[in-house]
Design a protein around this ligand. Structure first.
Ligand SMILES: CCCCCCCCC/C=C/C(=O)SCCNC(=O)CCNC(=O)[C@H](O)C(C)(C)COP(=O)(O)OP(=O)(O)OC[C@H]1O[C@@H](n2cnc3c(N)ncnc32)[C@H](O)[C@@H]1OP(=O)(O)O
Ligand SMILES: NC(=O)C1=CN([C@@H]2O[C@H](COP(=O)(O)OP(=O)(O)OC[C@H]3O[C@@H](n4cnc5c(N)ncnc54)[C@H](OP(=O)(O)O)[C@@H]3O)[C@@H](O)[C@H]2O)C=CC1
Length: 298
């Protein structure tokens, strides 16, 4: 159920949210809900045409009675100057920034041993440094004096992230950054939280992985306790809740929205091997060998 159907329409009237990656997938679902709740929304990402098309589509989410607006502003969050100019443009146009949703990001799949330094940096710069750039500029430019709420989208990296080491490291860092900023910026009345989604299907998320996209998402299904994938509309209600006054006493928290996926199996298969160092000699190892011998007789 969408949170906008539970929260009264107009809850976010006259507020302003900046949502990075707001034109696709999870970001688009978040913006659609915020607009329905009366919030003005700025969507910011790199691909201008896609961003502008999304803004036109998102306008349809705005109730006729609402004065909410949606504005696309091109921005690569990896570039500090572009983030500074994004914040200045929003403040010039809207005069305030109540909410920042750091949703823009992503990665490619690769075993760690095959990752190039350039590929590693691209993912760290996007997900960690990009998030930091946005937090810092929105805080210094507005929230330090006026308060606000920051919400970081991270990932299910709680058991490491085999096959995506770069993003696992970056998202774990953002989990920690969330806690630090929640404390450092508390005295400005700024709440900072994160959401760690499970595997969430959208066409754009799948297409990022090119030919292997369909396989990655299909093979993830058995690893969810739900035995299905999530969709962006199952992330956006939690985001709206954490932004809203209903979460006024929640800060420094990461909410897992993953149907329990992070508590269940890891997808990475470890092949059988005998490379592990031997256990130390002694009575316990002898007993273990006896057990294995008797088991092989069965
Ligand atoms: C298995 C476990 C499943 C486990 C189960 C999986 C569950 C799925 C969960 C889904 C999670 C999601 O986040 S789904 C959302 C997905 N959406 C996104 O990722 C969107 C944004 N992503 C991106 O823009 C890109 O992926 C990202 C790498 C971050 C940035 O790309 P850019 O082209 O902008 O970056 P550049 O600075 O040009 O550098 C690109 C360099 O990155 C490296 N690189 C890029 N793509 C590469 C690739 N496919 N293979 C190797 N290397 C690559 C190369 O070194 C590139 O350099 P050159 O060699 O010189 O070209
Ligand atoms: N789908 C899933 O299973 C999960 C997704 N996530 C994370 O959720 C977030 C949203 O992903 P999702 O909606 O699924 O996938 P999408 O690929 O649809 O969304 C990624 C968005 O991030 C934007 N983006 C990427 N790099 C940058 C950048 N350097 N500067 C500005 N914007 C950028 C993209 O726009 P553009 O290319 O135009 O810049 C795009 O709108 C991402 O951070 C993703 O990694 C986390 C866990 C699971």
């Amino acid at each position: 159920m969408s949170v906008s159907s539970v929260f009264r329409s107009g809850l976010f009237d006259h507020k302003v949210a900046v949502v990075t990656g707001g034109g696709t997938g999870i970001g688009k679902a978040i913006c659609s809900e915020l607009l329905q709740l009366g919030c003005n929304v700025v969507i910011a990402s790199r691909k201008v045409e896609r961003l502008e098309a999304a803004a036109i589509e998102l306008k349809k989410s705005i109730p006729e009675s609402s004065s909410a607006r949606v504005t696309p502003i091109p921005c690569n969050i990896r570039n500090e100057d572009e983030v500074k100019s994004l914040v200045q443009l929003v403040l010039k146009q809207y005069g305030r920034i109540d909410y920042l949703v750091n949703n823009g990001g992503g990665q490619f799949t690769s075993p760690a041993e095959h990752m190039s330094n350039k590929g590693w940096k691209a993912v760290i710069d996007t997900n960690l440094t990009g998030t930091f750039n946005c937090c810092k500029e929105v805080y210094t430019g507005w929230m330090k004096e006026n308060g606000g709420v920051i919400l970081n989208i991270i990932a299910d990296m709680w058991k490491g992230f085999p096959g995506m080491a770069h993003t696992g490291a970056a998202r774990a860092a953002v989990d920690n950054l969330t806690k630090t900023l929640a404390i450092e910026w508390a005295s400005s009345g700024v709440r900072v939280n994160a959401i760690a989604p499970g595997t969430i299907f959208s066409r754009t998320a799948m297409e990022n992985y090119k030919d292997i996209g369909p396989l990655i998402f299909q093979m993830s299904i058995p690893f969810s306790p739900a035995k299905r994938l999530g969709v962006p509309e199952e992330i956006s209600p939690a985001v709206c809740f954490l932004l809203s006054p209903a979460a006024s006493f929640i800060s420094g928290a990461t909410l897992r929205v993953d149907a329990g996926q992070s508590l269940y199996h890891a997808t990475w298969q470890i092949p059988d091997h005998s490379a592990w160092p031997e256990a130390p000699e002694g009575e316990n190892l002898n007993a273990l060998k006896d057990l294995l011998k008797s088991k092989s007789k069965l």
